[in-house]
Design a protein around this ligand. Sequence first.
Ligand code: GLU
Length: 287
Amino acid sequence: MRPDAPILRFAPSPNGRLHLGHAYSALLNDDLARRMGGLCRLRIEDIDPVRSKPELVEAIVADLAWLGLTYPEPVRHQSRHMESYRATLRRLIDRGLAYPCFCSRGQIRAQAAASADNLHDPDGAPLYPGTCRGLDPAIRAERLASGEPHTWRLDTTAALRCAGHRLSYEAFDGAETRLVVADPARWGDTVIARRDVPTSYHLSVVHDDAEQAITHVVRGQDLEAATDLHVLLQRLLDLPTPRYHHHALILDPGGEKLAKSRGSQSLADLRQAGVTPEAIRARLGFA
Ligand code: GLU
């Protein structure tokens, strides 16, 4: 392989069995990596200590192998890299770009509903009104020292001042590339580290795409808006920005996104019902 060959990744979260939507994303990554003369890595996004289950990790690898997809070693497991994420978070805190937030979800919902504009982020969650941003430093230190549960939020205004306001990334679609202007401010002060682990999806994904030298990110359209935030974090942390392709989602017959909670059939269910990997590839357009 050329030293500058493209590197892609498939990055499932092991909190349920893979379904057709995952299969499409995995097959598309594999297909594009081959066409570009590169490779696709596997990353297990298991930062959630409650929802991620070791048996699901094994099942994911087995389902992918059943589809005919194998990956170069080592496979990255995010749960094994918490210290690296903690150090990355620390860099943002030390530069005054992140602050602890002691608000519960219920409090945030109530605060947002009470505010006149009641704004929402691109995922539809109430926009955090910034309650803990201006906490008195002495009170903040006291609450941290007492061990009060907290998340860490990006101070987006400070972050944008530091990163410069013109943020963009290259989106690719086949041979076409276009520049997309990123607007991370629409996420407000996002959580970059959860209560239970020193990271979040956003922080780990940005850290790991750089760590794994990913050049092309191929993932579902449901993550397109999050890319704005990822570009901001990359700029703040001095990490390269890969190219992005956000593919259409596979929907169920009712036009809804596939999800275990809506009873979507898993690849394992389909296999049990006698569906072959070839039939799945053909159904998803990879025959
Ligand atoms: N782990 C994420 C998911 O399963 C995908 C993350 C990504 O591709 O950036 O939805």
